[in-house]
Design a binder for this molecule. Structure first.
Ligand SMILES: C[S@@+](CC[C@H](N)C(=O)[O-])C[C@H]1O[C@@H](n2cnc3c(N)ncnc32)[C@H](O)[C@@H]1O
Length: 242
C-alpha cells in the first residue's frame, strides 16, 4: 500500500504515544493471551511492531504479511538488526495462502481497510483459511460502532479522527496523529457497519465474532485515558474458527 510506504517513519513514531502503549496494546494482547509455543500470523503487520512483540512473548512461529513493501522493509531491517526468527511477506492479506495454518491470526487495523462488504469478506475468508480448527482471530480496529457525531478531536491524545459525510459503507475515515516528535501521520481507512462485520465473519465460518471495548491493562489506572476510552475510537475484535 503506497500510502504507508510514504509515512512509515511517522507511523512508527505514532506507536510511541501513550494511548498506543496503554490502550491499544493491552486491548490487543488481552485478546491474544498466552502465545508461548503458538504459531501466529500477523495480517497487515506494518513495520512488524506486534510481530516482534509476539516473538518476544514466546510464540513458536510468527509470520507477518503486509501490502506495503516499505513497511515490510522496515520489519525485515528490524529482524536483521535483532533476529527473532520472524518471517515476512508482501501480499494482500486477502490473498494469503501456502503458509500453512496458524493457531492465532492477528489483525491490527486490517479490516478497517475494507472499502465494501465484498472486500471485508475476502479478508475474513483469508483469516479463516489460515487458522487451524479451534484457532482464534484477534485484532484491534477503528471502532465502527461510533456514530458520525462522535468522530472528533482528542487533543490530549494528539489524535483527530474524521469521517466523510454522509456516513455510508465505504466512507473514508481520516486519522491524523501527531507524534511527540517529527511530522504528523495522516492516513485513511474506511467505515463498514458493525452488522456487516458480524454477518461477514459469520458467513466466513467464524463463531462468536465480537467487538470488544478497548481497555487499559488490568490493574493500571484508567483515569489518564478516560476521555479516550469514554468515546473510544478503537476497539478489539475477536472470533474463533470452530
Ligand atoms: C494502521 S497500519 C497497522 C500496522 C500494524 N498492524 C500496527 O498495528 O502497527 C495498517 C497496515 O495495513 C496495511 N494494509 C492495508 N490494507 C492491506 C491489505 N489489504 N493487505 C495487507 N496489508 C494491508 C497497510 O500497508 C499498513 O501497514
Amino acid at each position: 500500500m503506497a500510502e504507508y510506504d510514504a509515512i512509515a517513519d511517522e507511523y512508527a513514531a505514532s506507536k510511541l504515544l501513550p494511548w498506543r502503549v496503554h490502550v491499544e496494546q493491552p486491548t490487543l494482547f488481552g485478546l491474544i493471551g498466552d502465545v508461548r509455543g503458538k504459531s501466529v500470523l500477523d495480517l497487515a503487520c506494518g513495520d512488524g511492531i506486534y510481530a516482534r512483540m509476539l516473538a518476544d512473548r514466546g510464540a513458536a512461529r510468527v509470520h507477518g504479511v503486509d501490502l506495503s513493501g516499505g513497511m515490510v522493509d522496515l520489519a525485515r531491517k528490524a529482524e536483521a538488526a535483532r533476529p527473532r526468527g520472524v518471517t515476512y511477506s508482501v501480499s494482500d492479506a486477502a490473498d494469503v495462502q501456502g503458509l500453512g495454518q496458524f493457531d492465532i491470526v492477528v489483525a491490527a487495523y486490517l479490516f478497517n481497510y475494507a472499502q465494501d462488504r465484498a472486500q471485508l469478506a475476502r479478508m475474513a475468508d483469508s483469516a479463516f483459511r489460515n487458522l487451524v480448527p479451534g484457532g482464534r482471530l484477534c485484532g484491534v480496529n477503528d471502532n465502527p460502532r461510533t456514530c458520525a457525531e462522535r468522530y472528533r478531536y482528542y487533543p490530549e491524545f494528539r489524535f483527530i479522527r474524521y469521517i466523510e459525510k454522509p456516513q455510508r459503507e465505504g466512507s473514508s475515515i481520516t486519522w491524523s496523529i501527531l507524534p511527540e516528535s517529527g511530522d504528523a501521520c495522516i492516513f485513511d481507512n474506511f467505515w463498514i457497519a458493525p452488522e456487516t462485520y458480524c454477518d461477514t465473519f459469520a458467513s466466513a465460518g467464524f463463531s462468536d465474532f465480537r467487538f470488544v471495548d478497548a481497555q487499559v491493562a488490568p490493574g493500571e489506572d484508567a483515569a489518564p485515558f478516560e476521555a479516550f476510552l469514554d468515546d473510544c475510537p478503537i476497539c478489539g475484535i475477536a472470533a474463533r474458527k470452530p
